[in-house]
Design a protein around this ligand. Structure first.
Ligand code: SF4
Length: 335
């Protein structure tokens, strides 16, 4: 492990983060709070981050909530505890602010499933179609899109488009299929998927349900249709959290990334939340990209203001238009 910033910076592209030894005696919670204050920085964390990071964040949310916070903050520095496309979205909305991501290699299998050059060729086959892209995509895909959506606002956004306007939906085929069924729209789907939500085991969920007959199955729409069919409630990460607060069941089988269980348990200490198992040997389903961020990496990126997200201006401007459209439609519907 390295001890100086200059050497660590040379290895930044290779490592994705500053590989500097952190004094084990440091109280990282106190240090991060101190850095936030000293640097006028806001720490935004996704629900899928590890509990320690969620507990020290200024705002915890799903993609829509985080984009809305990023759009309205007056902090000088945005520290994004999430994955690359989320920090990129914050940069698109805040070109003059410094946007930091603890680990540049915190990517997303869903975003990676849509390379912009291939998507451009796909889009060119449907010149009359409007492109609605899920926010889990690169700036390059956003720049090729007409409207961005998140799982919180996707249904309203699709419904806001005139019925005779054909639509391409990208990059998540499961969310696209779910939306097509919900809205009755016949959309052309890009064939991408999230590695976390695709591998939930229907068989194991059914077995869990038999063991916990009073438990409700609550699932994210990125899951496969066969899993969604057995769900009692389907919703975005924030939707699942709100449902767990207002619903009167005492047990839930939660079919999404396990990070959300931290907030569910904090909000509902007397209820039981069971993570749905994937179709491998693991008992729960963590996103390996989200979990690349650690408290140490977070502290280092705030201390040294590195790694930073940068973006070419033409790309930023092209990617901003469909995000602005999403924020406008969301505001119109009070989302
Ligand atoms: S959970 Fe899936 S969609 Fe979310 S960051 Fe991980 S790979 Fe991407």
């Amino acid at each position: 492990m390295i001890t100086d910033f200059a050497s660590a910076k040379k290895n930044l592209q290779k490592n994705g983060f500053l590989d500097i030894a952190v004094d084990v005696r440091l109280d990282l919670f106190a240090e991060i709070k101190r850095l936030k204050k000293e640097k006028n920085a806001i720490l935004l964390a996704h629900y899928y981050q590890e509990p320690d990071i969620q507990d020290v964040a200024d705002f915890i949310g799903d993609s829509l909530g985080l984009a809305q916070q990023a759009a309205k903050t007056d902090a000088d520095i945005i520290v994004f505890a999430g994955v690359h496309f989320m920090a990129e979205t914050a940069k698109i909305l805040n070109p003059h602010k410094k946007v930091l991501l603890p680990d540049l290699k915190a990517g997303c299998s869903l975003a990676d499933s849509a390379p912009p050059e291939l998507f451009k060729k796909f889009k060119d086959q449907y010149p009359d179609h409007l492109v609605v892209s899920y926010i889990n995509c690169s700036a390059g895909i956003k720049a090729l899109s007409d409207i961005i959506c998140t799982s919180s606002n996707a249904e309203k956004i699709i419904e806001s488009i005139p019925a005779d306007q054909p639509i391409i939906f990208a990059p998540d085929r499961n969310l696209g299929a779910y939306l097509a069924k919900k809205t009755g729209r016949d959309m052309v789907l890009w064939n991408g998927a999230c590695m976390v939500h695709e591998i939930f085991s229907l068989e194991k969920i059914t077995r869990l349900k038999a063991l916990h007959p009073g438990a409700k199955v609550i699932a994210h729409p990125e899951c496969e249709a066969s899993v969604l069919e057995v769900a009692d409630y389907i919703g975005s990460t924030t939707g699942l959290l709100k449902f767990s607060r207002r619903d009167d069941a005492q047990e839930y089988i939660v079919v999404t990334e396990t990070g959300i269980l931290h907030q569910m348990q904090k909000d509902n200490p007397l209820k039981t939340f069971i993570p749905a198992p994937p179709n491998n040997a693991c008992a729960c389903n963590d996103c390996p990209h989200m979990k690349l961020n650690t408290l140490e990496k977070l502290y280092l990126c705030m201390e040294y203001e590195t790694p930073e997200i940068t973006m070419e201006e033409n790309l930023r401007l092209a990617a901003k238009k469909p995000i602005d459209r999403m924020l406008e439609i969301s505001a119109h519907y009070g989302l």
